[in-house]
Write a protein that binds this ligand. Structure first.
Ligand code: NAP
Ligand code: ZN
Length: 352
């Protein structure tokens, strides 16, 4: 065991402060990664503030962070995929049981024994896992991703959650050329959804409550932008969408979007507001529409997404911050005041 530098919170209303955390020594299948950048996902904020207490209560102290990119510092004797010096990424998963039907289907995110990168039971050290707001992490090589060498690393970090979470449902629901696709909420997830839908050739419509994001939405690849609080603008699109991805972090009316779907259209929720969202049965009955959820993606698909990003030159639009600014960044994230993902430059942790 060794001591890693990290930033943690002590409780739901506490600010982040510097701390030391235990990391395991590299076992034969492990890769130790020196973290270069870690994205700030809204799930980090939900967890830190215990907003998901009814489903996944937070254990404190909590070190979040599941959008990790770095360089391999050390590998175990049985590791075959990585060598010291290689670029490497880690997303929301660090282990699973490898034997259940979900694992065998390359859908480790649904394994009932999955270990998430933070706030999950740590099988090696006991206690809970600690995430990427840290200078290093030790992960089984089966959960370490290969990072394309041609991309900006700060912009690559968010692909490990925001990227795969939007890529996976679009692949599953057949987002391709000729499809009309909506993306609700232009945040960290939403802006990646726009980039992927565009890259897959769809006609992309962004729904936003922030009129100031209109120009950006078009620049990021949207064909049209709808200010969702304008009922007339919404009405124009009634019954016309094949697929809508809802990436909103807070309470909102999903019925308004279900009504924009055409026959057999699907709305997939990836946003995870803490309170239940009411659904009108009629919106689903008429048009045989469906409502689904989606959770990140399996490791194989995450690798496929990273490789796709390498080929198509896709990264997240990031604002790079030193870790000392993380408390301020959380307040700004709540106000949607980030274009469109914070990435922590972990070099800033060295001075702590
Ligand atoms: P984010 O960067 O904060 O983006 C959320 C966006 O939602 C905002 O930019 C805003 O977009 C919109 N929004 C915020 N408050 C709203 C309100 N009151 N009404 C309507 N729209 C509002 O968050 P994120 O990191 O993209 O995460 C989004 C959600 O996905 C979070 O709940 C997160 O926990 C969840 N998530 C799920 C998965 C998964 O696997 N399913 C993975 C990662 C994250 P506009 O200003 O454009 O309206
Ligand atoms: Zn996330």
């Amino acid at each position: 065991m060794y001591n890693a530098k990290a930033y943690s919170v002590a409780g739901a209303t506490s600010p982040f402060s510097p701390t030391g955390i235990p990391r395991r020594d590299t076992t034969e299948h492990d890769v130790r990664i020196d973290i270069l950048f870690c994205g700030i996902c809204h799930s980090d904020l939900h967890t830190v503030r215990n907003e998901w207490s009814s489903v996944m209560p937070t254990v404190y102290p909590c070190v979040p962070g599941h959008e990790i990119v770095g360089r391999v510092a050390q590998v175990g004797s049985a590791v075959t995929k990585f060598q010291p010096g290689d670029l490497a990424g880690v997303g929301c998963l660090v282990d699973s049981d490898h034997t259940c039907p979900s694992c065998r289907a390359d859908l480790e995110q649904f394994c009932r024994n999955a270990t998430f990168t933070y706030n999950s039971q740590d099988k090696h050290l006991g206690g809970v896992t600690y995430g990427g707001y840290s200078d290093s992490i030790v992960v089984d090589e089966r959960f370490v991703l290969r990072v394309p060498s041609n991309l900006d690393l700060a912009g690559v970090a968010p692909l490990h959650c925001a990227g795969i979470t939007t890529y996976s449902p679009m692949r599953r629901w057949g987002v391709t050329k000729g499809r009309k696709v909506g993306v609700v909420g232009l945040g960290g997830l939403g802006h990646m959804g726009v980039k992927f839908a565009r890259a897959f050739g769809a006609h992309v419509v962004v729904f936003t409550i922030s009129p100031g994001k209109k120009e950006d939405a078009l620049r990021l690849g949207a064909d049209e932008v709808v200010i969702s609080r304008n009922a007339n603008e919404m009405k124009k699109h009634a019954g016309s969408f094949d697929f809508i991805l809802d990436a909103v972090s807070a309470d909102h009316d999903i019925n308004a979007y279900i009504n924009l779907l055409g026959r057999d259209g699907n709305l997939t929720l990836v946003g995870a507001p803490s309170r239940p969202l009411p659904v009108s049965a009629f919106g689903l009955l008429f048009g045989r529409r469906s409502l689904s959820g989606s959770l990140i993606g399996g490791i194989a698909e995450t690798q496929e997404m990273l490789d796709f990003c390498g080929v198509h030159n896709i990264t997240s639009d990031v604002e790079v911050i030193p870790i000392q600014k993380v408390n301020e960044a959380y307040e700004r994230l709540l106000k949607s005041d980030v274009k469109y993902r914070f990435a922590i430059d972990m070099a800033s942790l060295k001075s702590e």
